[in-house]
Design a protein around this ligand. Structure first.
Ligand SMILES: [Mg+2]
Length: 228
């Protein structure tokens, strides 16, 4: 089996203007404290990584993570409506269809929980049935993204897998697991920055970059260039 592991935020969905608002709301709901937030750049971090870092920064015990995660999931069920509805990145359904037609399974590898992915997809009108949820990995309990990718690789066995994401953190995580990384610049990082990563390919978006993406996948699937 050949699997493309799609990142969600910045890759399938455009980033939200206030991407971090729910994390502090979930922490406040559990601790009763309203943090004075000066959130650093958290693009590419998993939900568990972001919440663990914020709990630490605010002086709380990281053992609160499961409670805060539960609250984050509950908040997310209703968070993405009206002005907070998420939008698909350009060309997503066509890219998913083309990748599937080329013989690849579309999976997810994201820092979000399944609950949050489903809520975001629903608000963006992206059909969750376009993905194989049994070949998807979620970072709501895994602070370090590379650990998530390593687990995916182990559980995928002999399958050929590729990470497709929008941040240098996706590349670092792919590198740590020995998986190839393909990058799209629809998130927080421009093409020039992404070309400074291990990415085999950097495309501006999934519309103009789709032919190159399909070429890159075809190249990876050839025995001579496949890593495994
Ligand atoms: Mg992302």
């Amino acid at each position: 089996m050949k699997v493309v592991l799609w990142d969600v935020d910045g890759t399938l969905l455009l980033n939200a203007a206030r991407a971090g608002r729910l994390y502090d709301e979930a922490i406040t709901a559990v601790t009763g404290v309203v943090p004075e937030d000066a959130a650093p750049n958290e693009h590419g971090m998993t939900d568990a990584g972001i919440l663990t870092a914020r709990l630490h920064a605010y002086g709380f015990d990281a053992a609160l993570l499961p409670q805060v995660t539960e609250r984050l999931n509950a908040l997310s069920e209703h968070a993405y409506s009206g002005e907070h509805a998420r939008r698909q990145a350009p060309g997503v359904p066509a890219a998913l269809a083309a990748v599937s037609a080329a013989g690849w399974t579309n999976g997810l590898l994201t820092g979000n929980s399944p609950t949050r992915v489903r809520a975001k997809f629903a608000s963006a009108g992206l059909d969750p049935a376009l993905f194989d949820w049994d070949r998807s990995w979620f970072g709501d309990a895994t602070p370090v993204r590379a650990d998530l990718v390593q687990r995916a690789r182990a559980e995928l066995g002999d399958s050929l897998a590729v990470i497709l994401g929008d941040t240098p953190a996706d590349g670092v995580a792919a590198d740590a697991a020995g998986l190839p990384f393909l990058a799209v610049a629809t998130g927080a990082y421009d093409s020039a920055t992404l070309r400074g990563t291990s990415a085999r390919l950097v495309v501006d978006d999934l519309v103009s970059g789709l032919p190159a993406l399909l070429d890159a996948l075809a190249g990876l699937a050839q025995p001579s260039s496949a890593r495994r």
